[in-house]
Design a protein around this ligand. Structure first.
Ligand SMILES: Cc1cc2nc3c(=O)[nH]c(=O)nc-3n(C[C@H](O)[C@H](O)[C@H](O)COP(=O)(O)OP(=O)(O)OC[C@H]3O[C@@H](n4cnc5c(N)ncnc54)[C@H](O)[C@@H]3O)c2cc1C
Length: 371
């Protein structure tokens, strides 16, 4: 039998998302997290089991685009963090024992993963981390600090946490840092939802760690290589964020295009106006470019050749296009697009998070300029 084509893979993923995600999406948005059953259903449908690297990543690229194309950026972010951004630390740098301990639950959706990197004073600039891991004298650590804006925060079973090793000097480069796998049920872990303007299903939380015991076998890789791990993982994160945003733009452009062709003003569709047709043509053209660039970046990653510039260009262009497309979408919908429950309003609320999370646009520009 011949291998499934990209068209087959896309059709299968769309059918799975239509069954396991879309019927529940509004409810998840309202309750501000994906339900336990939702995570399990997505896991059972195989949505968390696609490859992070190699030729199999091309199927992941289709999934990421199609997650974006659901039109729910909070859901796409929650799944992106769980199945790719947090999971990649385990897959790329974790030990065989760590993968054996966490991978089955993560694939099944019974253990949700979250990434706890950012802090109040350490977002774009991670040199100012204040979360500290203090050696406990028996090979493990005691972890203390507060992480902000952690997606999947209240539902997570495990956090991938970046901390400064006690004694390392804060603000003098990211030396002396460590990545830890921290089970959410450890004593001293607290989480509080942070009400965000958009990405409602993403369950963004403030996560506190107070003298949390972390065993030595929960250290990811070798602490002296933490900076290298971060550089590699953050680049993959930009790729994932970019591909998710491409799908989000596709949803938005289709929505506004359909509306403009069917909404009548003075007995003629809105698209009878040349200014509207031209704006829509521009959006279609920009989407075509960014989608092709996303696929180019995904192919580069599948060959192990994704560079920082390519990932940054994709993340910057896709997330910024999402903002301008969402603005047009609301504008052309008129007041009905400004009603809180409308899809246009959700796209508008959600779009801005894309230009901040996983690295702000200005940081992408810095990296593109550096080459
Ligand atoms: C919805 C959402 C979900 C998130 N989920 C997670 C998560 O799951 N885990 C996690 O660890 N973090 C998460 N984050 C945090 C995210 O990674 C940070 O917000 C991001 O790294 C930026 O850091 P900051 O917000 O502290 O902004 P700062 O670093 O304080 O920057 C503020 C602003 O300054 C500007 N700026 C920054 N650098 C430059 C520069 N060099 N030149 C010019 N201007 C600049 C940018 O406009 C930036 O937005 C999330 C954020 C959001 C909004």
């Amino acid at each position: 039998m011949s291998a499934p084509t990209v068209v087959d893979v896309r059709a299968r993923i769309r059918e799975t998302l239509a069954r396991a995600v879309l019927p529940y999406a509004e409810q998840w948005e309202r309750q501000r997290h994906i339900s336990t059953t939702g995570w399990r259903d997505m896991g059972a449908a195989g949505l968390f089991a696609l490859a992070h690297s190699g030729p199999g990543f091309l199927d992941s690229a289709v999934l990421l685009e199609e997650l974006g194309n659901t039109g729910y950026a909070g859901i796409r972010a929650a799944v992106g963090v769980h199945a790719y951004m947090a999971a990649s630390y385990l897959e790329m740098f974790g030990s065989a024992e760590q993968r054996a301990a966490y991978r089955p639950g993560m694939l099944a959706g019974t253990t949700v993963a979250a990434l706890a990197i950012s802090e109040d004073a350490a977002g774009s600039d991670l040199r100012h981390l204040s979360t500290v891991a203090t050696p406990d004298g028996v090979g493990g650590y005691r972890l203390t600090g507060v992480k902000r804006h952690v997606a999947n925060g209240s539902r997570a079973g495990v956090f991938v946490v970046l901390a400064r090793l006690d004694g390392a000097v804060s603000g003098h480069g990211l030396t002396g840092a460590v990545l830890l796998l921290v089970d959410a049920d450890r004593p001293g872990v607290t989480r509080e939802p942070e009400a965000m303007v958009g990405w409602h299903s993403a369950d963004v939380c403030r996560v506190g760690f107070t003298d949390v015991p972390v065993a030595g076998d929960r250290v990811i890789g070798r602490p002296e290589r933490t900076l290298l791990y971060l550089m590699q993982a953050l680049n993959a994160e930009r790729l994932v964020a970019g591909l998710l945003a491409v799908g989000g733009v596709a949803y938005c452009v289709e929505l506004v295009d359909r509306f403009a062709r069917t909404h009548l003003i003075r007995d003629a569709p809105l698209s009878a106006n040349q200014s509207v047709r031209h704006r829509l043509a521009d959006l279609h053209a920009q989407l075509d470019l960014v989608r092709e660039y996303g696929r180019h970046a995904a192919r580069a990653h599948s060959r192990g050749e994704l560079d920082v510039r390519t990932a940054s260009v994709l993340k910057l262009q896709a997330t910024e296009l999402a903002v301008s497309a969402a603005q047009t979408c609301v504008q052309y919908h008129g007041a009905r697009g400004y009603r809180e429950e409308s899809a246009a309003a959700r796209l508008y609320r959600d779009a801005m998070a894309g230009t901040i999370a996983a690295g702000a646009s200005e940081l992408m520009r810095e990296m593109i300029f550096e080459g």
